[in-house]
Design a protein around this ligand. Sequence first.
Ligand code: NAD
Ligand code: WQD
Length: 339
Amino acid sequence: MKVLVTGGIGYIGSHTCIAMIEAGIEPIILDNLSNSKLAVLDRIETLTSIRPVFYQGDVRDQDKLDLIFSEHEISSVIHFAGLKSVGESVAKPLEYFDNNVNGSLVLARSMRKAGVKSIVFSSSATVYGDPKVVPISENSPTGATTNPYGRSKYIVEQCFSDLFAAEPLWSITLLRYFNPVGAHPSGLIGEDPQGMPNNLMPFIAQVAVGRRDFLAVFGDDYDTVDGTGVRDYIHVMDVAAGHIAALKIVGEKAGLHIYNLGTGQGRSVLEMLDAFSLACGKTLPYQILPRRAGDIAQCWASTEKAQQELDWHATRTLNEMAADTWNWQSKNPQGYSDC
Ligand code: NAD
Ligand code: WQD
């Protein structure tokens, strides 16, 4: 079975490609390298002894997509390609809508032309906005997003829902990831943000490896266990496994399938910092700063639907997330620039 993986050498895509190869699924990767490095392909080959077919190109390039579909008998698509920085999306909304929304539409058109009707889309817990109730189930209200990145994910969800309503032979799976963190246990692939990390885990990892002086904790006056923000961190290998389950179980069933990928457990910023200190064997410096604009106090997933319907649940602990991130960061202090 061949699956087109857009954005397949990015952070989540690369881990998923490894899980696919291990599950006997052949990834065909399309990536424009806007946020990834070709060295990832070498690492995938080292880990699996297989070098995936790779096309350098943009998901908005319909000719390129048509060519890929004509050269391979593709059964499904996993669509990771997109821009993902919340702050950048506020400054560059047109770029975000073009890449994330237009890219998804061009892809869907090319799939339809090729007769491929199965897609798994990287959505995000951000579509839930600030939840009134936790844990958040798939039926919770969506759409009250607070930034262009979040809106782009919500709009693509709406586009795909409308496509399914019009053409019910499609299998469309929307996976709403909570907070993916961690790295492959080998330490050969991991998250490699360019410039200043926006997210908590890569920032802590860079403090631990000496690239940053201290962690700025954004607010300690939330109504949470210790006043800091609470999120549902999930190991990227569990996220990868969720894609395999989705492909195998609903990927060939016509329908609009929506699942949360989370652990069902909320953890605070200070809990994550403690777990990382344990992993790297040193106390990490931090300072409490004011809240970050747009942040919510807490969110975590209801995981029942994915457990029941996909027979999938996250298995890796917070300590494993921290240990695997540290293993990756300490072996690759400058990320893939070390290659
Ligand atoms: P990433 O930036 O590491 O990976 C995205 C990949 O897509 C990169 O390799 C990039 O070069 C490529 N890409 C971007 N635009 C492209 C285009 N127009 N054409 C072809 N390739 C393109 O990000 P990630 O963390 O692996 O995220 C993957 C997906 O999951 C994204 O859609 C993201 O919005 C979504 N998501 C991520 C998180 C998270 O916290 N990492 C959470 C929820 C959802
Ligand atoms: C987690 C917690 C921060 C950095 C974002 C996107 C979301 C999704 C995942 C793609 C919060 C605190 C963070 C720091 C800190 N991405 N923090 N100091 O905000 O839950 O989600 O990434 O879909 O759309 O919004 O994740 O890792 O940025 O923050 O104190 O330097 O860590 O305030 O409480 P977030 P995050």
